[in-house]
Ligand binder design. Structure first.
Ligand SMILES: C[S@@+](CC[C@H](N)C(=O)[O-])C[C@H]1O[C@@H](n2cnc3c(N)ncnc32)[C@H](O)[C@@H]1O
Length: 306
């Protein structure tokens, strides 16, 4: 446990990876470095990516103070560039990989990052602060139709119409610049409901849009699997149904031999399974649920390369 982020399902992931001394592992979502550190402590070497400069700096000093010098390579990049990153490093096979999707506690808790309605700050929400698109651009610049799409698709927000109508009305008078202003508009658009803060779904939707979280996720899983050595495993932890569905379908497809239409008498697709499924939708233990609130929504899926 660190102030930066408490890793979810750390034991389950480390055990599933069955870390080989000297083996090479990919951690696409470095964060506070919890999963990477556990892999290194078990004898592995790590290539890790994160879009967030804070994560790279924090993990580097953590690894150095743990005596892990020379055992890791940290790259500030999108894990969706896995093939290019590993090619540039001259690496043609990995022994295992982990993706622990979404945002870190640090990103939520640093009010100025604009991820949370708990703090009043500029509407930012960028994991990678080198990118230009911010939540403020989405809220003030997107058409009504596009805002509705974002809130419906990425927030599954039943009150999207009312929220978007009020956003459009307010922004005609003045730009909406802060998380506080947006949360107030949402409060005025949504009747009281159980199950979390009224702004939760809208903030999730904006964050997913700003960071392109779901785009190319299935492709990234396939790319990582393509470089797994036989018997190597990919572990993915998801935190909401949208990303979980993408991973579930990608894993199912990779674990299936023929994907022809059932009405065809013989296979014409030639599709061959590249993995077998080891765990589907594994949840955190009772103990972890008690200790780490974030683990409540976590789902772990694991595939093994054939
Ligand atoms: C849940 S945290 C990971 C926590 C980490 N496993 C640990 O144990 O400390 C997710 C991290 O992944 C990063 N991230 C999310 N999507 C990414 C992407 N597509 N490419 C690179 N990093 C990403 C976020 O910036 C964040 O730091």
């Amino acid at each position: 446990m660190t102030d930066y982020h408490t890793s979810v399902m750390l034991g389950e992931v480390t055990e599933a990876l069955n870390v080989r001394r000297g083996g090479l592992y990919f951690d696409g979502t470095l964060g506070g470095g919890g999963h990477s550190l556990a892999i290194m402590k078990a004898g592995g070497r790590v290539i890790a990516t994160d879009l967030d400069e804070d994560a790279i700096n924090y993990a580097e000093s953590r690894f150095e103070s743990e005596g892990m010098s020379g055992r890791y390579t940290l790259i500030r990049d999108n894990f969706k560039n896995f093939l290019r990153i590993t090619d540039e490093l001259g690496c043609d096979g990995i022994d295992g990989a982990v993706l622990d999707l979404g945002v870190s506690s640090h990103q939520f808790d640093e009010g100025e990052r604009g991820f949370s309605y708990r703090f009043d700050a500029e509407l930012d929400m960028r994991m990678d602060r080198r990118q230009s698109l911010t939540a403020e651009d989405v809220v003030n610049g997107y058409s009504e139709k596009d805002l509705l799409r974002v809130l419906y698709e990425y927030g599954e927000e039943g009150y999207a119409k009312s929220i978007v109508r009020n956003i459009i009305r307010v922004r005609k008078e003045r730009p909406i610049r802060t998380t506080g202003e947006l949360a107030e508009i949402i409060f005025g658009s949504v009747p009281y409901r159980k199950g979390g803060h009224p702004a939760k779904k809208t903030f999730q939707a904006l964050r997913i849009e700003v960071n392109g979280e779901l785009d190319g996720l299935d492709r990234a899983a396939e790319d990582i699997v393509s470089k797994l050595k036989s018997g190597g495993r990919l572990c993915v932890i998801t935190f909401h149904s949208l990303e979980d569905k993408i991973i579930k379908n990608a894993f199912r497809l990779m674990a299936t031999d023929c994907i022809c239409d059932k009405s065809l008498p013989v296979c014409v697709c030639g599709h061959k399974a590249t993995v077998k499924q080891i765990k589907t939708n594994k949840r955190a233990t009772e103990k972890e649920l008690e200790e780490n609130n974030r683990s409540h929504s976590a789902s772990l899926r694991i595939v093994e390369k054939l």
